[in-house]
Design a protein around this ligand. Structure first.
Ligand code: GLU
Length: 452
């Protein structure tokens, strides 16, 4: 059974980076017929906002990334307390009393001596009497997890391969603030245990967190803290994807750093974002695949590269156009101008970069159109066209066929004045699809007007 999770902090809107993580976790679960969990990481009460929780849900729904169950860290504080108690009982959590400024000074001194800014474990070295003195002074402690320095931390990363960390090179992480609130590190591991997460796939900015969390998992298992009702002591498999960067290094202001709202308002289809992010940074080609199932079945963690993946607005626009050209009428019906039916959509969609442009093009059918001025020669030709027009199965094919026979025109000289007279434009949809939509009466009127 594959169980994955997407664990956003509701402190802002989703951007392409987290959409990509959500997508890959969703694909992995769907491919395996497993479970995809949306976990709201809202232990930071000050920065978390309900409006962002709603926006995350709205965005995932718009992207078509459905989740099987939703969890919230703020509803699970009792479990974190239980884990805390279990780890404290075995000496893996210890209180510390430094202020932020004191820690900052320590770091600066270490750095000035050319040393890595690793926490010196001063809190661990306090005697009971020293601790008691601080408590009577009214100082509340914050809490750190005691890393075990005995052995290197290793794991086989699904993307990065064999990983090895020396725990002595890491600071014991603060897991709980002095006000009792939780930092990210331990609750996430507790949730992954309780929810039976089998695969943790996230950005490479979490690689060193994984090293720490592996020790937290192991310490929790050793302290007999398992998922409620389970004796399983299994670590999830970890994989860390390379970061997304923009063409010039940073993600672009326009789309890259913005969220789904920006995509929506600029007319980018969810399927285009999905097709791009599904394969960006992998060895599989980015293609305009509008078929979700095809993308899901092609998901392959081993195809993910370690180099930063380049997100480019222009790639997205190109992909979007190619996706729009494939969208069936039913997928867009609600967004089309009044009166535009399946035949209209079919005729017009090859010309669109965005669905929203359908309205402009539909005016070629409904009119009014603005014709250019024609030379006397063209006028005569267009008058002839009016007289040769018959309205059968394929009026365009019949008209152009008849004109070829009746005049010495062919190619551009034949087609361009007709297109200009009938649409007011030099280019556009396939005329044989367009003419039946314009209708016989209107076609005759436009030819007559051009010939006049
Ligand atoms: N809330 C964390 C984040 O958004 C989750 C990281 C994780 O996947 O464990 O970075």
């Amino acid at each position: 059974m594959t169980i994955t999770r997407f664990a956003p902090s509701p402190t802002g809107r989703l951007h392409v980076g987290n959409i990509r993580t959500a997508l890959h976790n969703w694909m992995m679960a769907r491919q395996a017929g497993g479970t995809f969990i949306l976990r709201i990481d809202d232990t930071d009460a000050e920065r978390s906002r309900e409006e962002f929780v709603d926006a995350i849900r709205t965005d995932l729904i718009w992207l078509g990334l459905d989740w099987d169950c939703e969890e919230r860290q703020s509803a699970r504080l009792g479990r974190y307390q239980a884990a805390f108690d279990a780890l404290r009982a075995v000496g893996r959590i210890y209180p510390c009393y430094e202020t932020a400024q004191e820690l900052d000074v320590k770091r600066k001194i270490q750095l000035s001596r050319g040393l890595p800014p690793i926490y010196d474990r001063a809190g661990l070295k306090l005697t009971d009497a020293e601790r008691a003195a601080r408590e009577t002074e009214g100082q509340a402690p914050h809490w750190r997890f005691l890393l075990d320095h005995a052995e290197p931390i290793t794991w086989e990363d699904g993307i990065r391969g064999a990983q090895k960390f020396d725990p002595a090179q890491l600071s014991d992480p603060v897991i709980r603030r002095a006000d009792g609130s939780w930092l990210y590190m331990m609750p996430s591991a507790v949730d992954d245990i309780d929810m039976g997460i089998t695969q943790v796939l996230r950005g490479e900015d979490h690689v060193s967190n994984t090293a720490v969390q592996i020790q937290i998992f192991t310490a929790l298992f050793a302290a007999a803290f398992n998922a409620a009702g389970s004796a399983a002591k299994r670590l999830p498999a970890f994989a860390h994807e390379a970061l997304l960067v923009g063409r010039e290094g940073k993600l672009s202001k326009r789309l890259g750093s913005l969220g789904c709202d920006a995509f929506r308002t600029s007319g980018v289809e969810p399927e285009a974002i999905i097709a791009l992010l599904a394969r960006l940074g992998t060895s599989q080609p980015v293609e305009p695949i509008a078929d979700r199932a095809a993308l899901v079945s092609s998901f392959d963690l081993t195809s993910f590269g370690r180099a930063p993946a380049k997100f480019d607005d222009e790639d997205l626009e190109r992909l979007n156009a190619a996706i729009v050209h494939q969208l069936p009428f039913e997928a867009v019906a609600g967004r089309l101008p009044d009166g535009m039916d399946a035949a209209g959509w079919h005729a017009i969609r090859p010309n669109l970069a965005h669905v929203g442009e359908a309205e402009e093009w539909w005016r070629l059918v409904t009119g009014p159109i603005i014709q250019p001025g024609f030379t006397p020669d063209d006028k005569a030709f267009l008058a002839k066209a009016g007289s040769l027009l018959t309205w059968g199965q394929d009026p365009w094919g019949q008209l152009t066929g008849a004109l070829k026979e009746a005049t010495d025109r062919k190619g551009r000289a034949l087609f361009l004045p007709l297109r200009q007279a009938l649409t007011g434009m030099d280019h556009g949809p396939d005329m044989s699809e367009l003419l039946p939509l314009i209708g016989e009466l209107e076609t005759r009127e436009r030819l007559a007007q051009a010939a006049a």
